[in-house]
Design a protein around this ligand. Structure first.
Ligand code: GLU
Length: 399
């Protein structure tokens, strides 16, 4: 037998959000003044009360295995949060605590997919969804939400994409990368299709706390019993509490799915980090003041960034309602010339911006949109201003 590798694993594309962010960091370490609009990682420190809970956990010796699917204490806190914040009623045996949002999604698709099962993914989408589905032997089926439809798919589009093999639909509201939020009415229509077609809805609500103005994030599982039974609600601590490195995610689902996910997880990773679980408990049950303060700052940055981008030549964006990204339409730039050569494609645009202007942006090819870039505003206002000045200098040189 030759020393070959797994075809499935080899087909996985590395995460460009992480690699671009790593590249920006590497350049910064070399002393280059790079502005990183890359990964969605809040620039704030994890709030003190959360860090202190982790320190107490270490000092108290809470450093051993916990139940594989998480501590009862944290599961109860997650149930309370689902009840109060999302209007969804789950019991602790319906909750699985994982090592972050990606891990929860991995658990979900491992638990529900058989080889060849189709999963409908609306574009624009977060680049890890298709890869995670494929790793679980599923087949991603893409449907497109155009700018004219506020980057949101309709229930009719989902219905039309369903085949005898459709197993699930991924809903992500607020959306990464567009920042758009589905209204209650839109969700009701989507829920009707999911019930009619008898498919699961995987509802990724990781940005649920990052909602601006008077917008409201609605959890699809809260709408009625039929959709509740079909929905796996997925969230985590990373974005809302600035806890990206702690790696705690969680799901609410039927008991059956939770049991299967717990078994899978027990072999894959044992339990999520015990110390991070204590920190997550404090995050969910302690003061939420720091979350409000971070949100206020994200809101200011969003307003500034949206106004500035609207004034820069050849680019435009819709005002995001949530999350911390601006999804920028750069289609007009692709036919322009920079230093005598056509820009051509979005990957080259991102290359020019980092190499010549020290600005890291995410080209959205891997998000299903070849003529958009994503700019994260989870960086300081000073950095945002500097980065946008540089992008403006670049667009001024295009002919
Ligand atoms: N989810 C974040 C993003 O989209 C973090 C990086 C990643 O995991 O892709 O930037």
């Amino acid at each position: 037998m030759a020393l070959t590798l797994s075809k499935k694993a080899q087909a996985v594309k590395p995460s460009s959000t992480l690699s671009i962010t790593a590249k920006a960091k590497e350049l910064r370490e070399k002393g280059i003044d790079v502005v990183g609009f890359g990964a969605g990682e809040p620039d704030f420190n994890t709030p003190d009360n959360i860090c202190e809970a982790a320190i107490r956990a270490i000092q108290n010796g809470f450093t051993k295995y916990t139940p594989a699917s998480g501590t009862l204490e944290l599961k109860k806190a997650v149930c309370d949060k689902f009840e109060k914040f999302n209007g969804i009623s789950y019991q602790p045996d319906q909750i699985v605590i994982s090592n972050g949002g990606k891990h929860s999604l991995t658990n979900i698709f491992q638990a529900i997919l058989n080889p060849g099962d189709e999963v409908i993914i609306p574009a624009p989408y977060w680049l890890s969804y298709p890869e995670i589905v494929k790793l679980a032997d599923g087949v991603p089926v893409f449907i497109r939400a155009e700018k004219e439809q506020n980057y949101k798919v309709t229930a009719e589009q989902i219905d039309a994409a369903c085949t005898g093999k459709t197993k699930a639909f991924i809903l992500n509201s607020p959306n990464n990368p567009s920042g758009m939020i589905y209204t209650r009415e839109e969700l009701e229509a989507i829920a009707k299709v999911a019930v009619k077609r008898d498919i699961y809805v995987v509802s990724d609500e990781i940005y649920e706390n990052l909602v601006y103005d008077k917008e409201k994030q609605v959890s699809i599982a809260s709408l009625n019993d039929e959709i509740y039974r079909r929905t796996i609600t997925c969230s985590g601590l990373a974005k809302s509490y600035s806890m990206t490195g702690w790696r705690i995610g969680y799901t609410g689902s039927s008991k059956e799915i939770a049991k299967v996910m717990g078994s899978v997880q027990s072999h894959q990773t044992s339990n999520p980090n015990s110390i991070a679980q204590k920190a997550a408990y404090e995050a969910l049950t302690g003061s939420q003041d720091s979350v409000c303060a971070m949100n206020q700052e994200f809101n200011n940055r969003r307003d500034y960034m949206y106004e500035r981008v609207s004034e820069i030549k050849y680019i435009s964006a819709l005002k995001p309602q949530g999350a911390f990204y601006l999804f920028v339409d750069i289609s007009e730039i692709l036919d322009k010339e920079y230093k005598g050569a056509k820009v051509g494609d979005v990957t080259n645009l991102a290359k020019l911006l980092i190499e010549e202007y020290n600005v890291a942006v995410i080209p959205c090819v891997d998000f299903g949109f070849c003529d958009h870039i994503r700019l994260s505003y989870a960086i300081s206002m000073d950095q945002i201003k500097k980065g946008l000045d540089r992008i403006e200098d670049f667009t001024n040189k295009l002919v």
